[in-house]
Design a protein around this ligand. Structure first.
Ligand code: NAD
Ligand code: MG
Length: 388
């Protein structure tokens, strides 16, 4: 039987890779829905190639351009962000692959979890913001949440080697990003161009900046906490600049099972689609004999304060991770617009965490309310600040 896939955020780095994987997997995998926020030209080309039953453009500015470019297309064209939840609950969708960036994917991810779909999830922010709610809804509906994030896919694969109660800890590896060896003063003043030069991974701009601050790893600690139902104390981080070991699980008998591969997101994307099977794929193969040495070292919590903040937010739970994530999104957007220096990103997140009144309300409304409070907090700070 064919597996019918909806791809949310098909024009992004993950979305495009997902389409390459699906094209190579052959007719068993069918694309039934594609969505994008902008980049109409690319979306239109994807629609022509994959002929989905439905396509959605979520940004209102691109609605008319998208409709006129798709003149003659026989499928359904939807517009606006609220249409995402409608798409994921369609009967003809088996797998929802969420490759949207940021909190914007949350309502659709929640709807998919409630509808009992397989969720192949690259978008870490919904798990950070609403991990408890999402995992609870997925358990109730029988929805599977399968990670695409490379570290979490590695942990998920390594976990197949033992039972949950036999896990001592998981170790998330981190490349360390472009500033691994940069001194703190230089890093504080770095520009967007410098921070966008990631040494090993090619990704969208937001996650690339998150790698430079190590906010990406901090978000991944919280993501792992929910995906694998582990307390934060059992989640460690190791710097591994070669990005060959994507993460590992240490079991109670001392065995460490690691997953390795080339730094190519097509591998975790494909595994989330074909699990529990493995298929021959188009991902790059790792040539260990060409690697030379592999390095592992503990992270520097002083130069990368995002990590300690992430552990703190994860331990606090409730609304803290929501503020942590939303303040970061707002600060990264300002940094990408060259409005603030690099060091200011973490300062703004810290200030938002300090100013907010923590709560443990789990409804989507309460979470989104806190999310928008944190964004507004950062905006107000940016408005009353001297430039850069
Ligand atoms: P990207 O910026 O390349 O693409 C983002 C996609 O989301 C685009 O299709 C865009 O149209 C869509 N989008 C943006 N804003 C939207 C909005 N407000 N509403 C609806 N759609 C919107 O990002 P990416 O690098 O592909 O990352 C996507 C997600 O996957 C992120 O959550 C990221 O953390 C995660 N991730 C990415 C990688 C990677 O290698 N790129 C690795 C691990 C995890
Ligand atoms: Mg990752």
């Amino acid at each position: 039987m064919s597996k019918r896939v909806a791809i949310l955020g098909s024009t992004g780095s993950i979305g495009q890779n997902a389409l390459r994987v699906i094209a190579a997997l052959g007719p068993e995998y069918e694309v039934v829905a594609l969505t994008a926020h902008s980049r109409t030209d690319l979306l239109v080309a994807q629609v022509k190639q994959f002929k989905p039953a439905v396509v959605a453009i979520t940004h209102p500015d691109f609605e008319s351009e998208c409709k006129s470019s798709l003149n003659g297309y026989s499928g359904q064209i939807l517009c606006g962000p609220e249409t995402l939840a409608e798409i994921v609950t369609r009967e003809d969708v088996d797998i929802v692959l969420c490759a949207i960036v940021g909190a914007a994917g949350l309502p659709a991810v929640l709807a998919a979890a409630q509808a009992g779909k397989r969720l192949a999830i690259a978008n870490k922010e919904p798990l950070v913001i609403a991990g408890e709610l999402l995992t609870r809804e997925a358990a109730a509906s029988g929805a599977q949440i399968l990670p695409i994030d490379s570290e979490h896919s590695a942990v998920f694969q390594a976990l197949q080697a033992g039972r949950r109660q036999e896990v001592r800890r998981i170790v998330l590896t981190a490349s360390g990003g472009p500033f691994l060896r940069t001194d703190r003063a230089k890093m504080e003043e770095a520009t967007a161009k410098q921070a966008l030069a990631h040494p090993t991974w090619r990704m969208g701009p937001k996650i690339t900046i998150d790698s430079a601050t190590m906010m990406n790893k901090a978000l991944e600690i919280i993501e792992a906490r929910w995906l694998f139902g582990l307390p934060v104390e059992q989640i460690d981080v190791l710097i591994h600049p070669e990005s060959v070991v994507h993460s590992m699980v240490e079991f109670i008998d001392g065995s460490i099972i690691a997953q390795m591969g080339a730094p190519d997101m097509k591998t975790p994307i494909q595994y989330a689609l074909t699990y529990p099977e493995r298929r021959a794929g188009i991902a790059e193969c790792l040539k260990l004999e060409e690697m030379g040495r592999l390095l592992f070292e503990p992270p520097d919590f002083e130069r990368f304060p995002a990590l300690s903040l992430g552990y703190r937010a994860a331990q606090e739970g409730g609304s803290a991770p929501v503020v942590f994530n939303a303040a970061n999104e707002a600060a990264v957007a300002a940094f990408l617009e060259n409005r603030i220096r690099f060091g200011r990103i973490i300062e703004l997140i810290e200030q938002a965490l300090e100013a907010h009144c923590p709560h443990k309300r789990l409804s989507l409304e309460a979470l989104l309310e806190t999310d928008s409070w944190a964004r507004q907090f950062v905006q107000r700070r940016l408005e009353c600040m001297n430039p850069v």
